[in-house]
Design a binder for this molecule. Structure first.
Ligand code: NAP
Ligand code: GLV
Length: 310
């Protein structure tokens, strides 16, 4: 019988707890509360406070209820030394990401954004379609979710480019890697999709300098983290027309404050960090399977490398 410590800074805390207790019926799952320093075998968390994990070096692993490790890595020295942090691998998020990105991409490609504006003006006007071979889709991040997005986009015959830290060979994808590959990637990209982890290297990557390397009339779809984008720079580039439209799921501050200028800019689409939610059953099943694998002394996927930041 394992002792599992749970904490989720999430509006779905009760659903998580319920799903965990169903899946770990023969174990003890307890919600961490301040002052709880009792021993545990595993922690299952989302955005835990430093106090929960500090000094817990006897944990066998810390499982995250999401894909991004940026929030937990911010705890720095409060993370127990030598304890693996394990993120979710897809667990049902990949297909949601593919849906979100394809929806935004097709909306721009088929000019639905302009038809929506025309409809609001009571205007009936045919617009010439864009050339597909000029509508290159560049995906920043070719990991678990990035590759799922690429697979989906390819189904519509868009030319696809990808950028990652280490070089990749993916059928039908022109791949760029590292800082030296970024310039060429951006200059050849019409629709930029960001699905990078937030790390010291990727924070603020989508600033004026880099965004203006995109061709005139480019689009941005950000489903990664708000801190990848310099929001003032993006707004300026949208207002100048250099960027024709942006679809943003994530923001520097969430919820996006009511007074934020993005709300007033019709060329910026806003969704409330919903591109891919962690599915309760699928996520918990993946964690349970990984826990069992660890108990057998076998390797698992998704161990976060703190030195890389993801
Ligand atoms: P992943 O499998 O770890 O993939 C990360 C990709 O980014 C890899 O291809 C990696 O390159 C690349 N990368 C990392 N640092 C880089 C750098 N400095 N330069 C170039 N490429 C770099 O992560 P994932 O599962 O696909 O998830 C990605 C992110 O999506 C998460 O971290 C999270 O922030 C975000 N997310 C958002 C939502 C939402 O609802 N909006 C939901 C889930 C996840 P290598 O392949 O060379 O390692
Ligand atoms: C959500 O944003 C995640 O990282 O899973």
């Amino acid at each position: 019988m394992a002792s599992i410590l749970f904490y989720a800074d999430s509006q779905h805390e009760q659903e998580w707890l319920h799903t965990l207790r169903n899946a770990f019926m023969h174990d003890v799952v307890r919600t961490w509360t301040p002052g709880d320093h009792d021993a545990a075998d595993y922690a299952i968390v989302w955005k835990p406070p430093a106090e929960m994990l500090a000094g817990r070096t006897s944990l066998k692993a810390i499982f995250l209820l999401g894909a991004g490790a940026d929030a937990i890595l911010q705890l720095g020295d409060a993370l127990p030394q030598g304890v693996s942090v394990v993120r979710l691998d897809d667990a049902g998020m990949g297909v949601q990401m593919a849906e979100y990105v394809c929806h935004a991409l097709l909306r721009y490609f088929r000019r639905f954004d302009q038809y929506e504006a025309q409809r609001d003006q009571g205007q009936w006007q045919f617009l010439m379609p864009f050339e597909k071979n000029e509508f290159t889709v560049g995906v920043l991040g070719l990991g678990v979710l990035g590759q799922r997005i690429v697979d989906a986009v390819k189904q519509f015959d868009f030319p696809v480019l990808g950028w990652s830290r280490t070089p990749k060979h993916i059928d039908g994808v022109t791949s760029y890697a590292g800082a030296e590959g970024l310039d060429g990637f951006l200059r050849a990209t019409k629709v930029l999709v960001c699905i990078l982890p937030l790390t010291a290297e990727t924070r603020g990557l989508l600033n004026q300098d880099n965004l203006q390397k995109l061709p005139q009339g480019a689009y941005l779809i950000n489903v990664a983290r708000g801190a990848h984008v310099n929001e003032d720079d993006l707004l300026r580039l949208v207002q100048s027309g250099h960027i024709a439209g942006a679809t943003l799921d994530v923001f520097q501050q969430e919820p996006l404050p009511a007074e934020h200028p993005f709300w007033q800019e019709s060329r910026i689409q806003i969704t409330p960090h919903m591109a891919a939610m962690s599915l309760f059953k699928e996520s918990v099943a993946q964690i349970a399977e990984k826990m069992q694998t660890l108990e057998q002394g076998l390797p698992i996927r998704g161990i976060v490398d703190a030195s890389r930041g993801y």
